[in-house]
Design a protein around this ligand. Structure first.
Ligand SMILES: NC(=O)c1ccc[n+]([C@@H]2O[C@H](COP(=O)([O-])OP(=O)(O)OC[C@H]3O[C@@H](n4cnc5c(N)ncnc54)[C@H](O)[C@@H]3O)[C@@H](O)[C@H]2O)c1
Length: 242
């Protein structure tokens, strides 16, 4: 028996990195998995490999969110799990962050998560409840100096997770955030030379693999986490303990 048997799951940013690892694990655990992204080639190939569904969705597109949720409900009979994983990273200090860059990062990382939660909530209620997993970051727990817009957006994700969790609790919907440290994906490569320094500072002394985050996402998506909502789940090799 799989831990996601009978659960319909949507993962944003599922074409590569952590989203792809979550899609792989969720499918193994019996979930009916839908992934969406703006990287159509990678997403389509992964969907074919795993026998899951891929759709193009830019998470900032309100109209497309409505259409996709309606399509999933019609095809799969409801929706039980949303992983708001899609995001972008920009490495700029506060004084070097343009207004345009700040807005872009907030649109994808923050508005995208808000639109995702708001779009799926009615369908989840109709399905008798569900679980929303928002991927924030260690940068949403502490000051990620050198990445002002990114850090701001991830603090916002942490905050809106708590508000949504309280508002949706009596509707049977749990909402939690995951806060990864350094995870080996294309995004981590964008951190640049700072990566080695961060690994040296990490108590466990290494970078993590996307599959390790996927296991945390599986726990929160499944009924194993039935009494957890509005909480922060760190997976950072001990960095936040310093
Ligand atoms: N890699 C790390 O070290 C690290 C650390 C902390 C938090 N995170 C967070 O983990 C999550 C997954 O990141 P990752 O490491 O797998 O990075 P990644 O860059 O490999 O994956 C992000 C995915 O999001 C997609 N995406 C970007 N903009 C989008 C948009 N507008 N609409 C739809 N999809 C979009 C990308 O195409 C990509 O497939 C992100 O929320 C990221 O902020 C990553």
């Amino acid at each position: 028996m799989g831990r996601l048997d009978d659960k319909v799951c949507l993962i944003t940013g599922g074409s590569r990195g952590q989203g792809a690892a979550e899609a792989r694990l969720f499918a193994t655990e019996g979930g009916t998995v839908w992934i969406c992204d703006v990287l159509d080639e990678e997403g389509t190939a992964l969907a074919q490999e795993l026998d899951i569904q891929y759709r193009h969705l830019d998470v900032t597109d309100e109209q497309r969110w409505s259409e996709l949720v309606a399509e999933i409900v019609a095809a799969s009979g409801g929706i039980n799990v949303l992983v708001n994983n899609a995001a972008i990273f920009r490495a700029n200090r506060m004084v070097d962050t343009s207004t345009e860059e700040f807005q872009l990062v907030m649109d994808v990382n923050c508005k995208g998560v808000f639109l995702g939660m708001r779009s799926v909530a009615p369908a989840m209620m109709a399905s008798g409840g569900g679980s929303i997993v928002n991927i924030s970051s260690l940068a949403g727990m502490r000051a990620a100096a050198g990445a002002l817009a990114y850090s701001t957006s991830k603090w916002a994700v942490r905050g809106m997770t708590k508000v949504a969790a309280v508002e949706l609790a009596r509707k049977g919907i749990r909402v939690n955030s995951i806060h990864p440290g350094l995870i080996e994906t294309p995004m981590a490569a964008e951190v640049g030379p700072g990566q080695e320094k961060l690994i040296r500072r990490t108590p466990l002394g290494r970078i993590a693999q996307a599959e390790e985050v996927a296991k945390m996402a599986l726990f929160l998506a499944s009924d194993d986490s039935s009494y957890s909502t509005g909480s922060e789940f760190l997976i950072d090799g001990g960095l936040n303990a310093l």
